[in-house]
Design a protein around this ligand. Structure first.
Ligand code: ARG
Length: 580
C-alpha cells in the first residue's frame, strides 16, 4: 500500500481506539509548508458530531499520534488544524517502496475495460492540425488508463464512409475512364493504377469542389457512393486502394507521434451492422418519420435548451454520421465486454455525442450502468488566436507542422550534435508538440507558438527532455566510475526532502488526471519535480561528494526521479533521446 494510505489507516485505527470513529482519514499536502508537510482537518468536522470544540478534539488526537515514528513533529493550529511534519525515515521508506515497485504510485486498483475512440482521421483527406489533439490526448489517456490498472481497447474510427468517397471515385473515373475498375466485367483483379497520397491530397478538394458546384456531378457521386456501399466490385476495389494509400501516410505520422491502435476500424465497418441496428430500433419502436427522415426522439424532460431529434436516415436516404456512431456502439458492445466508452473528439461535437448517447441508452443498446463519456477537447489556434493556417491561408497538414518544428529543433537545440540529427530532432520536436498540446486543460484552446514550445528554459517538452538526458548522463558517469547506489540512506539538503514530498503527492495527481480525463496535471507535475531536481543538481557536486553515503543517496535519488519521469513521459507518449 502507498505510505500515505498506510498512515491514514493507522490514524483511523488509533482514533477508533479512543472512541472517535471516523469513516475515513484524509491527509492533505499542506499549503503552508512552513508549518508542516501534511494537514489533517478531521477535528473540524468531528466537532459537530462529538459536540466538542475542534481545538479540544485536535489536542486529543495529537496526544495519540505525536509519537508515531512517521512524524518528526505534530502541531495544532487554530481553529483545529493538525499539522504533520514527516520524519526522514518515513520519506526514505517511501522512496524504497517506490524503487521496489513504482506502481504503488500509479495503480488505482480500478478493474475496468475502457474502450477508447480517438484519432478519427478521414480517408483521402489530408491529416491536418485539427487531428493532432485527438491523437495526442487519446493516446495519452489510453496509456494512463493502462497504468492505473484498467484494460483498454483503442479504435482509430477512420472516416472512410460517405459521399466524399463517392466524389473522389467520380473524379478518378472522369480522369481515367478506361481503368478496369469501371468496366462492367471487373471482378476484383489487381489493377495497375499508381495512386499516391500526393494524388489524394490534390484529388479530394478538387472532387468535392466540383461536386458542390455541379449538380450532375453531385448526383453521379451520390450514385457511386450508393453502389460502393452495395459493394459494386470496381468501386469497392478502388475504394480499398484509396483507403490503403491514405492509411499508409496516416500510419507514418501516427508512428512518429507514438500513437497506435488495437483496432483500425472505420465507419464502413460499423455500417455492416446497420441493418441489424435498424431492425432492432424498429422493433423497439424507436424510429419516427419526420419530414421524410427517420429519426429518434432524444429529448428529456429536464432539457433547458432545444434538443433536436437524432437523424438516422436523412430524407434523401443517406445514412447519417449519428447513425454510424450508433452502429459503432452496437458493434462494440456486441463484440467486447466493456464497462465504458470514451470519445476523444473536438468539443464542438458535443451535441452529436449527447444525441448518440441518449439514443443508445433510451433504446437499450447499452445498459444503464455503461458509461459513455465524451471527452471533448479545445482547438489549437495560430499564434494570433485564429484558426491555424499555412502561409498561403490553407489548412496546415500535420506532416508540415511536424517538419517545421523538427527543423527548428535541429537548428536551435542540437546544433553541436553531428550524428543522427534528423531522427533526434524529430524525437525532440514530437516532445515539444505533445507537451504543449497536453499542458492546457483538455477543453482549453491554445495558441501554437513554435519559439515558446521549443524553449530549453521554459515549461516545455524540450526542457524536460534536456533535464532527463542530463540525469541519464550523470548516472552513466557514476556507472563508469563503478559506483553502486541502490537506496536512499539519508536526506541532507531541503531539496531532497522536497523531491520526496513531491513524489509522495504523485498518486493524487494520477487519480485526478484519470478522473478528469486530462493530462494537464501530469504535465505540470513533471515540470515541478524536474525544476526541484535541477535546483538540487545545481546546488550539489554529486560525483565529487566525499561522503559516500551522501553521494550514493544522491545518485539513488537521481535514478528515482529519472525513472519516474520516464514513466510519466511515457504516459504522455514522449520518448527520451540518448543525447541532446
Ligand atoms: N472523422 C470525424 C471528423 O473528422 C471524427 C470522428 C470522431 N469519432 C467518432 N466516433 N465520431 O469529424
Amino acid at each position: 500500500m502507498h505510505k500515505i494510505e498506510q498512515l491514514e489507516t493507522k490514524i483511523k485505527e488509533t482514533l477508533e481506539k479512543i472512541n472517535i470513529p471516523v469513516s475515513s482519514v484524509l491527509l492533505n499536502p499542506s499549503n503552508r509548508p512552513d508549518l508542516g508537510d501534511y494537514q489533517y482537518n478531521g477535528a473540524l468536522s468531528l466537532a459537530k458530531t462529538l459536540h466538542d470544540n475542534p481545538m479540544n478534539i485536535a489536542s486529543k488526537i495529537v496526544d495519540e499520534i505525536k509519537d508515531f515514528k512517521e512524524f518528526k513533529s505534530v502541531s495544532i493550529a487554530s481553529p483545529g488544524f493538525i499539522n504533520l511534519t514527516l520524519s526522514d525515515e518515513f520519506l526514505i521508506d517511501f522512496a524504497k517502496d517506490t524503487i521496489n515497485n513504482p506502481d504503488i504510485n500509479y495503480n488505482l486498483g480500478i478493474d475496468k475495460t475502457i474502450f477508447l475512440d480517438y484519432g478519427g482521421p478521414n480517408v483521402a483527406k489530408i491529416l491536418h492540425v485539427g487531428h493532432l489533439r485527438s491523437a495526442n490526448i487519446g493516446q495519452a489517456l489510453n496509456n494512463l488508463c493502462k497504468k492505473v490498472g484498467c484494460k483498454t481497447i483503442s479504435d482509430i474510427h477512420l472516416g472512410d464512409y460517405g459521399r466524399p468517397m463517392g466524389m473522389v471515385i467520380q473524379e478518378i473515373k472522369t480522369r481515367y475512364p478506361d481503368l478496369a475498375y469501371f468496366k462492367s466485367d471487373y471482378h476484383g483483379e489487381e489493377v495497375e493504377f499508381n495512386l499516391t497520397n500526393e494524388d489524394l491530397i490534390e484529388l479530394y478538394p478538387t472532387a468535392t469542389t466540383k461536386a458542390k458546384e455541379n449538380i450532375d456531378i453531385m448526383e453521379e457521386s451520390r450514385k457511386i457512393n450508393y453502389e460502393l456501399q452495395h459493394k459494386h466490385h470496381g468501386y469497392y476495389a478502388l475504394w480499398q486502394k484509396i483507403v490503403k494509400t491514405s492509411l499508409n501516410e496516416i500510419k507514418k505520422i501516427y508512428q512518429d507521434l507514438n500513437v497506435d491502435f488495437d483496432l483500425w476500424e472505420g465507419e464502413s465497418d460499423n455500417y455492416e451492422y446497420m441493418d441489424e441496428l435498424l431492425a432492432y430500433l424498429y422493433d423497439h419502436n424507436m424510429i419516427e418519420e419526420s419530414d421524410g427522415a427517420k429519426v429518434i426522439d432524444v429529448k428529456e424532460e429536464t432539457d433547458k435548451l432545444e434538443m433536436p431529434p437524432l437523424i438516422m436516415i436523412k430524407s434523401n436516404g443517406a445514412v447519417s454520421y449519428e447513425a454510424t456512431d450508433l452502429a459503432a456502439i452496437w458493434e462494440r458492445v456486441h463484440k467486447f465486454k466493456i464497462d465504458e466508452i470514451w470519445y476523444i473528439v473536438d468539443k464542438r461535437q458535443d451535441l452529436h455525442f449527447t444525441q448518440v448517447f441518449r439514443a443508445a441508452k433510451k433504446s437499450g443498446i447499452v445498459d444503464e450502468n455503461m458509461k459513455l463519456v465524451f471527452n471533448g477537447f479545445g482547438t489549437m489556434n495560430g499564434q494570433d488566436g485564429k484558426p491555424f493556417k499555412t502561409r498561403d491561408g490553407g489548412v496546415m497538414p500535420l506532416s508540415e507542422l511536424l517538419d517545421s518544428v523538427t527543423s527548428v529543433c535541429e537548428k536551435r537545440i542540437i546544433e553541436n550534435i553531428k550524428t543522427d540529427r534528423e531522427k533526434l530532432a524529430r524525437t525532440i520536436a514530437v516532445a515539444a508538440i505533445k507537451y504543449a498540446d497536453l499542458l492546457p486543460f483538455r477543453t482549453t484552446d491554445y495558441n501554437f507558438d513554435i519559439e515558446k514550445f521549443t524553449d530549453l528554459n521554459g515549461k516545455t517538452g524540450t526542457y524536460l527532455l534536456y533535464s532527463c538526458v542530463r540525469m541519464n548522463s550523470l548516472l552513466k558517469k557514476a556507472d563508469e566510475l563503478n559506483i553502486t547506489y541502490n537506496d536512499i540512506k539519508c536526506l541532507t539538503t531541503p531539496n531532497e526532502k522536497k523531491l520526496l514530498l513531491t513524489m509522495l503527492d504523485l498518486k493524487r495527481v494520477i487519480t485526478r488526471s484519470f478522473e478528469n480525463c486530462s493530462l494537464n496535471e501530469i504535465c505540470e507535475y513533471l515540470y515541478k519535480i524536474t525544476n526541484i531536481y535541477n535546483n538540487f543538481y545545481a546546488e550539489n557536486k554529486i560525483l565529487t561528494e566525499e561522503n559516500e553515503k551522501v553521494k550514493t543517496s544522491w545518485l539513488a535519488l537521481t535514478k528515482l526521479i529519472l525513472d519516474n519521469n520516464k514513466i510519466l513521459l511515457n504516459i504522455l507518449g514522449i520518448n527520451i533521446p540518448k543525447k541532446m
